[in-house]
Design a protein around this ligand. Structure first.
Ligand SMILES: O=C(O)CCC(=O)C(=O)O
Length: 285
């Protein structure tokens, strides 16, 4: 069975009602095939340097590239899609002042291997996860289909409705739906929805771009300040800088002295230049 798919013309309310009921929804054709071709052209040289691997959790047959926000402009284009931002506003803004991305990655699944164990993207926030269902939403995850996602080629598996389950409940076969979707579509799921990579039984790799949105007061899954340091971030659009985490979250989180809290980096900004030029620790002996 497949995850419920909606067209990009669907209303925010219609998409939200599927997300809130099933914990997952697909929006078809949110990006063009040409956009996905550009993404692949930028990332393929990096993928070519990797061998499929990943161990037990990642199913032994995946290639993963992290920090792609610094490696292709296509990530910056896709993450600010107005429909996705409207959904992130609705899911996350009741629980934060601003939100950010948890990671920016590419996952390619090759033939063979094992299914990835089902897991929740809130797994890193264990005391919070243990509170069970009904807690404020903190993560809205997203997987863009860079290639077609099919039942046979490793489309992500989801346990439908599992965001409403007690943490210890296990998924049975009847609960599983797959994000079958044409390239250019995106699967969105709530942080507490159980999901995992499936096995690719075909000879063609399945490629997905993974990211999403999380409340601005959360420790991000991937360290954005390492994968996208200030000298790279300053070259990106301001909205993307903010989504990476180069903005303060009120009150009193992530500030940098004297800087505009919305725009901690600004191209040509005198304060930013002097920040780069000033040693962090002067006269260390
Ligand atoms: O690639 C997929 O289908 C899902 C990957 C995933 O959930 C993960 O690696 O945590």
């Amino acid at each position: 069975m497949s995850v419920v798919c909606l067209d990009r013309s669907a209303s925010v309310e219609d998409i939200l009602s599927v997300l809130r009921r099933d914990g997952v929804a697909v929006i078809r054709n949110i990006a063009t095939p040409e956009t996905m071709d550009r993404l692949l052209a930028d990332i393929t040289p990096l993928l070519d340097e990797e061998e499929p691997g990943g161990g037990e959790f990642f199913g032994h047959r995946s290639k993963r590239i992290g920090g792609i926000v610094s490696r292709t402009p296509v990530f910056s284009e896709l993450i600010v899609d107005p429909l996705l931002l409207a959904l992130a506003d609705a899911v996350l803004l009741p629980n934060c002042e601003t939100y950010q991305i948890p990671l920016s990655g590419l996952v390619q699944v090759w033939k063979g291997g094992e299914k990835q164990p089902l897991h929740r993207d809130t797994v890193g926030y264990d005391p919070y996860l243990k509170l069970g269902p009904g807690v404020p939403e903190i993560v809205l995850s997203a997987m863009w289909a860079v290639s077609d996602f099919s039942a046979d080629n490793g489309a992500t598996r989801f346990a439908r409705g599992s965001h409403l389950w007690e943490p210890e409940r296990k998924a049975g076969d009847a609960d599983i739906v797959q994000a079958v979707m044409p390239r250019g579509s995106v699967a969105l799921w709530l942080g507490a929805t159980l999901h995992g990579m499936s096995v690719n039984h075909t000879d063609t790799p399945r490629t997905g771009m993974v990211s999403g949105y999380c409340v601005g007061w959360l420790r991000q899954e991937e360290n954005q300040y390492v994968v996208c340091p200030p000298d790279v971030a300053v070259t990106l659009p301001e909205k993307v800088q903010q989504l990476i985490g180069y903005r303060a979250h009120s009150p009193r989180l992530g500030w940098v002295e004297g800087r505009d809290s919305e725009l901690l980096l600004r191209r040509g900004d005198r304060e930013y230049q002097s920040y780069l030029e000033t040693p962090l620790v002067a006269n260390q002996s």
